[in-house]
Design a protein around this ligand. Structure first.
Ligand code: HMG
Length: 391
């Protein structure tokens, strides 16, 4: 029997919001030392959605260039991973399917498990492609992270969407077997249906994350995965970028290594460039980290990258990917920098207004102000229905 074709990430594009709040502005408002944000948690700015932006508009913005480059003929499945969805029943991906004019011969579904579900979507997609190598799956991970104003979590907010085309013979990253997986029932971070902001036990969430690093690595090695030294870089879920450093330090210690800070920075440093400016984009964060690595590293052709996906509650997965020779010609470095650079910096009062904004639940007509300069906008809510349009 001929060997099965490798499966993985054929294309990757991300989008973020119209506005940004800097941590210098946040610190000036709440009296924190800005060094706590810049050095302590490794964050410089957070993306803030305009009144007419949400996970759907960001997702369509991220996915449109992927569809433009490859066409939609082979896309039979759209998997939308999010924990900040806009409806309890309808998958957010159905709106994206419509905005992008994808074929009606497609299935669309939404997945949830905190920040982990982007990776669940990727693995489900790989399974579908394994069954039918002619098909491509559009995986979207999109989130807006919101904590209560004045809370410790506020400084770790952010928003972004990543779109990945998963297929056979990928141009960017081949996803390898095995995966190491881990689940533990922990209340470290959660959002009940009646709240619009997340609840979190900050310290508990960091130790739950580190416990998951150990758990996934144990399962990964027991299943015959690569050794630590075989990896050229590690992409970690980044609720704040210093968490990637903490996680890698922990993995080295767990493996009995002496921790050398230069080695930690070498392993994770390039993955944090975009998330330091975007903030926590939950499901998208790990793959925004991958985009930053591919855009900034010297040639990684043929090299192995480790991926650690963590979702509070908690579920985690460690897996490896091999970077495909020739990948650099397929990167979207200029567009990625533009997505971050085009944001308008806003002051604290404007941010506060946007943070506290919500639609009334009266079934009336509630148009949104025309704010985004992105390609798609949330036009408003009418008769309890969200209306989207191309701008
Ligand atoms: P905090 O109490 O504001 O900050 O909470 P802190 O006092 O712990 O300080 C943070 C760091 O800044 C510390 O460094 C300080 O030493 C340092 P560390 O000891 O950790 O290395 N620091 C300074 N450094 C330089 N100059 C200074 C200075 N002052 C302090 N002047 C916390 C921080 C992250 C807990 C908070 O922001 C939070 O609760 N965030 C939300 C939860 C979170 O992000 N958890 C991460 C793991 S859980 C996860 O990743 C899942 C998640 O993405 C959700 C999902 O899965 O859906 C959140």
């Amino acid at each position: 029997m001929p060997a099965a074709a490798p499966i993985g990430i054929h294309d990757l594009s991300f989008a973020t919001t119209q506005y940004a709040l800097t941590h210098a502005t946040l610190a000036a408002h709440n009296g924190a030392r800005v060094a706590k944000y810049h050095q302590g948690i490794g964050q410089y700015a957070m993306s803030v959605p305009a009144a007419d932006e949400d996970v759907v508009t960001m997702a369509a913005d991220a996915a449109a260039p992927v569809v433009a480059r490859h066409g939609a003929d082979r896309i039979r499945t759209v998997v939308f991973a999010t924990e900040s969805s806009v409806d309890q029943s309808k998958a957010a991906g159905v709106y994206v399917h419509s905005l992008l004019g994808l074929p009606s011969a497609a299935r669309v579904v939404e997945l949830k498990q905190a920040c982990y579900s982007g990776t669940a979507a990727l693995q489900f997609a790989a399974g579908l492609v394994h069954r039918d190598p002619a098909q491509q799956v559009l995986v979207i991970a999109a989130d807006v992270s919101r904590y209560e104003l004045g809370s410790a979590g506020e400084a770790t907010q952010g928003a972004a969407a990543v779109a990945m085309l998963i297929g056979a013979d990928p141009a960017l990253v081949r996803i390898e077997e095995p995966s190491g997986v881990f689940t533990a029932d922990i209340m470290d971070f959660w959002r009940p249906n009646y709240l619009t902001t997340a609840l979190v036990d900050g310290r508990e969430s960091i130790s739950a994350y580190l416990q998951a690093v150990e758990g996934t690595w144990k399962d990964y090695t027991e299943r015959g995965g690569r050794t630590l030294d075989e990896f050229s870089a590690f992409c970690y879920h980044q609720p704040f970028t210093k968490m990637a450093h903490k996680a890698h330090r922990h993995l080295l210690q767990h493996c009995g290594r002496t921790v050398d800070e230069a080695e930690v920075t070498r392993a994770v440093g390039l993955t944090t460039a975009y998330n330091a400016e975007i903030g926590n984009s939950y499901t998208a964060s790990l793959y925004v980290g991958l985009a930053a690595l591919l855009d900034h590293a010297d040639d990684l052709s043929g090299r192995a990258v480790g991926f650690l996906s963590y979702g509070s509650g908690s579920v985690a997965e460690f897996f490896a990917g091999t970077v495909v020779p020739g990948y650099r010609a397929r990167l979207r470095t200029a567009a990625n920098r533009t997505a971050i650079g085009r944001r308008t910096e806003i002051g604290y009062d404007r941010y506060r207004h946007l943070h506290e904004r919500s639609f009334p639940c009266d079934g009336g007509d509630h148009p949104t102000p025309n704010e985004t300069t992105g390609p798609y906008r949330l036009v408003g809510l009418a008769d309890h229905k969200r209306l989207y349009a191309t701008r």
